[in-house]
Design a protein around this ligand. Structure first.
Ligand SMILES: Cc1cc2nc3c(=O)[nH]c(=O)nc-3n(C[C@H](O)[C@H](O)[C@H](O)COP(=O)(O)OP(=O)(O)OC[C@H]3O[C@@H](n4cnc5c(N)ncnc54)[C@H](O)[C@@H]3O)c2cc1C
Length: 444
């Protein structure tokens, strides 16, 4: 099995495969992971000081699947000597920085299974003389060295390449125009003394966090928050609504009608999409209020507004901002424009290349997925193609989130083991009947 991408989802899969265990004490399935970054990095551009996780520490890589796992957040705290100190905080939500440290702690146990600086650019099905595909050839670009490529063969792949950063229509990247996903990385190299004004586009959690970070860290800069609604919408974190992320909700969603699926999306998208934590909204409002009191407006909310386009004028960025009230367009000159305009769901089609042609789609053109996250494929394809992410249409709201990765990766590991056992038995039968030799059955 080759895992494509090594973020939390496939890191969780590594722990699940480890739990399955092989005869020799190692993993039951030969597995490697390919990751395009030079090291594990979980949304490094948004590891803002003080930013908190939006899920409980109990929703770590393993606990919902196996509370006794040695890779839990609690085990991490214990290993680091911080268990009592953490418990004293009465806090379910770790900081994003601590969660990243936890991920690195787990990763350290699996480093030998990961090859970094390796971006999978396409996947080619290898046909035998009967037209069957029992092997996939992955073309890998070595991101650390210019133009270097290599190939890796696999029987199964698990694609977990994450969300895709989305810029607003009409606005492209530039030296003074960033997407939120790269914010902190670029902020660290910013000549802060030269920045007098910053605009942040968006109405979600990242937009609000960045507006606050700019306000607090560039004390001489004016901050413009450009958002379409009147105010940020509060994230629904109440217990009944939170059930939408329970493992059992995946079954409910998967086996329900299209109408019911649409209703769940409609009612509960405010648990995650374009919403902001209550505490952060109040925090920003207090800053604006304190400004007014001191008669020095530094934070301005351009609400019911839309950033239409951006161009460079005399070394600054001129943003065209359309009022949704009047339709009128005003121009705002800033030193930095940050677009916290979200992400598109993972769509592996481009990366899968030729293999995508063997993957079946529904009437709306979306990939068809079995309950075990295995893509439905043409019969000649005897390899497994699994998705972690990109399954919002079949498995529901938790697909791109952390909430369910412990259980999901366990389900994928079990499915892989089941299919491996079946194909090994088929291969034995073929050999016994003199129909094939075994070369090509062993993976990786
Ligand atoms: C700022 C931010 C905060 C978030 N906070 C939360 C939260 O608190 N709770 C929550 O539930 N969700 C949160 N999310 C949602 C987020 O999707 C998940 O936290 C998590 O990242 C999903 O893990 P993943 O492994 O599926 O994807 P990712 O973490 O995106 O990992 C995908 C990996 O694949 C690699 N990759 C991509 N393409 C290739 C390729 N072709 N070849 C090789 N490698 C490739 C990438 O470099 C990356 O390392 C947050 C998202 C953001 C942006």
């Amino acid at each position: 099995m080759v895992g494509i991408g090594f973020g939390p989802s496939n890191l969780s899969l590594a722990t699940a495969l480890d739990e399955l265990g092989g005869e020799s004490g190692g993993p039951a399935i030969d597995a490697v992971f390919l990751e395009k970054q030079p090291a594990l990095g979980w949304h490094r551009g948004m590891l803002l000081p003080g930013a908190k996780m939006q899920i409980s520490f109990l929703k770590d890589l393993v606990t919902f699947r196996n509370p006794a796992s040695p890779y839990s957040f609690v085990s991490y705290l214990h290993a680091k000597g911080r268990l009592a100190a953490y418990a004293n905080r009465n806090e379910f939500f770790p900081s994003r920085r601590e969660f990243h440290d936890y991920l690195e702690w787990v990763e350290a146990r699996f480093t030998k299974y990961v090859t970094y600086d390796s971006e999978v650019v396409s996947v080619q099905p290898l046909r035998d003389d009967r037209g069957h595909v029992d092997q996939l050839r992955l073309h890998v670009r070595e991101t650390g060295s210019a133009d270097a490529t290599r190939v890796v063969q696999a029987r199964n792949i698990v694609v977990s390449t994450g969300l895709v950063a989305r810029m607003p229509d009409g606005i492209g990247h530039g030296p003074g125009v960033w997407h939120s996903s790269e914010y902190l990385t670029r902020f660290q190299t910013l000549d802060a003394a030269r920045v007098r004004s910053v605009a942040v586009v968006g109405a979600g959690q990242s937009a609000a966090e960045i507006a606050r970070h700019v306000y607090d860290n560039l004390p001489d800069a004016d901050v413009y928050a450009i958002l379409s609604p009147l105010g940020y919408t509060v994230a629904d974190n109440t217990p009944l609504a939170n059930q939408v992320f329970d493992p059992a909700s995946v079954d409910d969603f998967y086996f329900s009608s299209d109408r019911a699926k649409d209703a769940v999306w409609h009612y509960h998208r405010n648990t995650n999409y374009s919403v902001v934590d209550d505490e952060l909204i109040r925090d920003l409002y207090e800053r604006q209020y304190a400004d007014e009191l001191g008669r020095s407006t530094r934070l301005t909310f351009l609400n019911l507004s839309r950033a239409q386009s951006a161009e460079t004028v005399h070394g600054r960025t001129r943003v065209a901002v359309q009022s949704l009230r009047s339709g009128e367009v005003d121009h705002l000159d800033v030193d930095l424009l940050v677009c916290a305009t979200g992400y598109d769901p993972m769509d592996p089609a481009a990366m899968l290349g030729e293999l995508a042609g063997l993957c079946l789609r529904d009437e709306q053109g979306r990939l068809r997925l079995d309950r075990d996250y295995r893509v439905a494929t043409s019969p000649e394809l005897r390899c497994g193609v699994y998705l972690q992410g990109g399954s919002e249409h079949t498995h529901g709201l938790s697909s791109s989130l952390l909430s369910n990765i412990a259980v999901r990766s366990g389900e994928i590991a079990n499915s892989l083991a089941r299919y491996c056992a079946t194909s090994a038995a088929e291969a034995d039968a073929d050999v016994a009947a003199g129909r094939t030799d075994l070369s090509g059955v062993k993976v990786v």
